[in-house]
Write a new protein. Structure first.
Length: 371
């Protein structure tokens, strides 16, 4: 079979039949399912007292908000194979498990990056650090915050597997989904370690930056959620392969958009300080392209500034270097190319027509967002 992305016109890829779907109502469903699940966990941990209650309260904060892309791609991965859902409530619970996985990754990521904020509020380790300091407890507040974040991230990760395992779908379907979920979990943890190691070496060429992007984010954000949903629905190997071929380039485009927002995004919308990825020293594709294309002196200025505290004026200057190198335009072109490749696969995939339209809408939302 030929590569659909190579022989299908871009315009045809974008003409996938639009599907009507209430994304807001779906997000409300996911939120309600997560609230119910955390209510159960709070009751289970009630005997542990106030400290356990604080842990669950922070978990609620961590899973609140967001676009719910992972849950949505899982849901429509299922409906792409099985348009009629016998137990929609059980399927939504299965999809919500991916939001717990996502929350786990964010809690650990913020700690590893020493981020101060997440979605406009203190990152988990900073929140617990502040509680320690405010209460005047003994020991190091920073160490307490780090310990709490590690434990909460681990707990969220464990809960994700629990929620999928006990979602209520038939056991054979759940087992098929769990096999993909387990692979996804392994990939995102290994991808995080690769990211940490790249930052420690303070160097990443284009290929390395793309590998980090793929395994830390792209796969678990879109490709694997699609595959989990499809596996729950009993997809054939070919159908799973097609959804994977759609999901991986789309996930890469999704993360490239995130990388642009991490440098150029509006803090009022992203909930992160201006140029946060530069302060954190992220060796992204955007940075790799800038270092390769900028004037050597300007490239050295960017390279030496990454991972250090930056005043607003310094962030503005580094943004200028990136723009003048043409790296941001190159990333925009790459996002478009990857999105086109994904849509070209989607338009030919052996899936339900209504699901195809909704997945096309989700693809646009994931790659064209401003937050």
């Amino acid at each position: 079979m030929s590569d659909p992305a190579s022989d299908l016109p871009t315009d045809a890829a974008r003409d996938a039949t639009p599907g009507d779907w209430d994304a807001d109502a779906f997000r409300d469903q996911i939120r309600a399912v997560l609230d119910d699940f955390l209510d159960e966990q709070a009751a289970r941990l009630g005997a542990l007292g106030a400290d356990a209650a604080r842990l669950v309260a922070e978990a609620r904060t961590c899973v609140g908000g967001g676009k719910r892309f992972r849950a949505a791609f899982c849901y429509w991965g299922y409906r792409a194979i099985q348009p009629e859902v016998a137990d929609d409530a059980a399927l939504v619970r299965a999809c919500a498990a991916l939001e717990l996985l996502h929350a786990s990754a964010l809690v650990h990521d913020d700690l590893m990056d020493s981020s101060d904020t997440r979605r406009g509020r203190p990152a988990t380790h900073r929140a617990f650090e502040g509680e320690h300091r405010g209460a005047g407890w003994t020991g190091d507040p920073g160490q307490y915050g780090a310990a709490a974040a590690i434990l909460l991230g681990d707990l969220l990760l464990g809960w994700a597997g629990d929620m999928l395992r006990h979602c209520g779908l038939p056991r054979a379907q759940v087992d098929a989904g769990l096999s993909v979920f387990e692979l996804c979990r392994t990939e995102v943890i290994a991808g995080q370690f690769l990211d940490v190691s790249v930052q420690a070496r303070a160097h990443a060429d284009m290929d390395t930056a793309m590998t980090v992007l793929r395994y830390k984010s792209a796969k678990y954000s879109i490709e694997r959620p699609l595959e989990i949903g499809a596996a729950l629905a009993g997809a054939s190997k070919e159908q799973s392969r097609q959804l994977s071929s759609f999901g991986l380039p789309l996930g890469e485009a999704f993360q490239l958009r995130d990388d642009l927002l991490g440098v150029f995004g509006d803090p009022a919308l992203t909930g992160k300080p201006a140029g946060d990825d530069l302060v954190e020293g992220k060796r992204t594709v955007l940075v790799a392209l800038t270092l390769a294309g900028a004037d050597p002196a300007e490239a050295e200025r960017l390279d030496s500034s990454l991972g250090s505290p930056l005043e607003d004026a310094a962030v503005v200057d580094l943004r200028r270097i990136i723009r003048e190198s043409g790296a941001d335009a190159q990333v925009e072109q790459l996002i478009g190319s990857l999105a086109d490749k994904a849509l070209a696969v989607l338009v030919r995939a052996d899936i339900d027509e209504h699901a195809r339209g909704v997945l096309a809408q989700l693809a646009s939302a994931a790659t064209q967002r401003v937050v």
